[in-house]
Design a protein around this ligand. Structure first.
Ligand code: MLT
Length: 323
């Protein structure tokens, strides 16, 4: 008798979740971006959200929940109901590196369900125009000669711009004085204003200011130049061989979100990334769109684990202190 009741209950629950998945979405979907509005993560989430609403038939809203290198916004998504209405936007920093720095109160792999890998971009070494250096070699010499570390703007400990700084310090042996912001958008404003000396930023964030000449670019952290910034050399060309870092992004939902809903969200992003108008916007920002066969939830899940194994040792060795 007890077994019959259990079987009925499980059938009811799965029927409930399948029925729920069938008419998903029936109200707006929110993408939680863990960094400030106007930054690279925000820009990508809004470009994709605009196109996803066509496939999903419901509005896709962006909510910026900032702080602690993005870990607060991710925490918000992790604690949301597993119903597909709260989607976590993140990247190498928030969904890999933060796990090696913060006591998060959630597990980046066990408490989140991967949905899709998103476009990536190399980092770019940029400075305020007042820095007396015209090449990366001159910048390194200037940094070496300084009595105190130069100030470097970041989006907080564990963010992409911070981890790029840690990697730069590891490779060059030079020290940086980090100035944390709630995102690289406000950091970039202060770089343009000459309030901070430099950033190792996402190309997609700095590219327009580089084109406008309001900041100076020295190199992109890749072995090939960025098509939309052909004048900026690679770190290999500019004298810092092997300093390669690509900031990739992704979407996740809370664990136990029905597979059918993950599939619908994934399909909406895949459609958006194959839309010529969306691709043009992303290309213009220097973003590299993953190949179609890499746009599955499984690929993101596996890649996240590979990157955790790669980056945690360097970050732990840096012994980053956070409040
Ligand atoms: C942002 O959107 O501000 C960036 O993704 C932050 C970062 O990780 O550097």
């Amino acid at each position: 008798m007890r077994r019959v009741v259990w079987a009925a209950l499980i059938a009811l629950l799965s029927f409930g979740s399948t029925a729920h998945a069938d008419n998903y979405p029936s109200r707006p979907v929110t993408i939680v971006v863990p960094f400030a509005a106007g930054g690279p993560s925000d820009a990508m989430a809004r470009i994709l959200g605009e196109r996803m609403k066509v496939s999903l038939g419901e509005a896709v809203l962006v909510e910026n929940v900032t702080g602690a290198g993005g870990s607060i916004g991710v925490g918000r998504a992790v604690r949301s109901p597993p119903d597909g209405y709260t989607v976590s936007f993140g990247h190498l920093g928030t969904h890999v590196c933060n796990g090696a720095i913060y006591k998060l109160g959630y597990d980046l792999v066990d408490d989140l369900e991967p949905v899709v890998l998103l476009p990536s971009n190399p980092m770019i070494i940029v400075s305020k125009t007042a820095v007396p250096a015209k090449s990366l070699a001159e910048l390194l010499a200037w940094l070496k000669a300084r009595p105190s570390p130069a100030t470097a703007g970041t989006a907080g400990a564990g963010s992409g711009s911070h981890v790029a700084g840690l990697y730069f310090e590891t490779i060059t042996g030079l020290k940086l004085q980090y100035v944390p912001y709630r995102g690289t958008a406000p950091a970039l404003n202060d770089l343009v204003a000459g309030q901070i000396d430099l950033m190792i930023d996402q190309t997609s964030n700095s590219i327009n200011q580089v084109r406008a000449g309001t900041i100076r670019a020295y190199a992109v952290t890749d072995d090939k130049r960025v098509e939309s910034a052909p004048d900026v050399p690679t770190t290999d060309e500019a004298g810092l061989p092997g300093f390669h870092m690509t900031l990739w992004s992704g979407l996740w939902v809370p664990k136990r979100t029905p597979k059918e809903i993950v599939a619908k969200l994934n399909a909406a992003v895949v459609e958006a990334l194959s839309d010529p108008a969306v691709r043009k916007q992303l290309d213009n920002l220097g973003l590299q769109i993953p190949a179609a066969d890499r746009l599955t939830p499984e690929v993101l899940g596996a890649w996240q684990k590979v990157e955790i194994a790669k980056w945690w040792p360097m970050i732990k060795a840096a012994d980053v202190k956070v409040e």
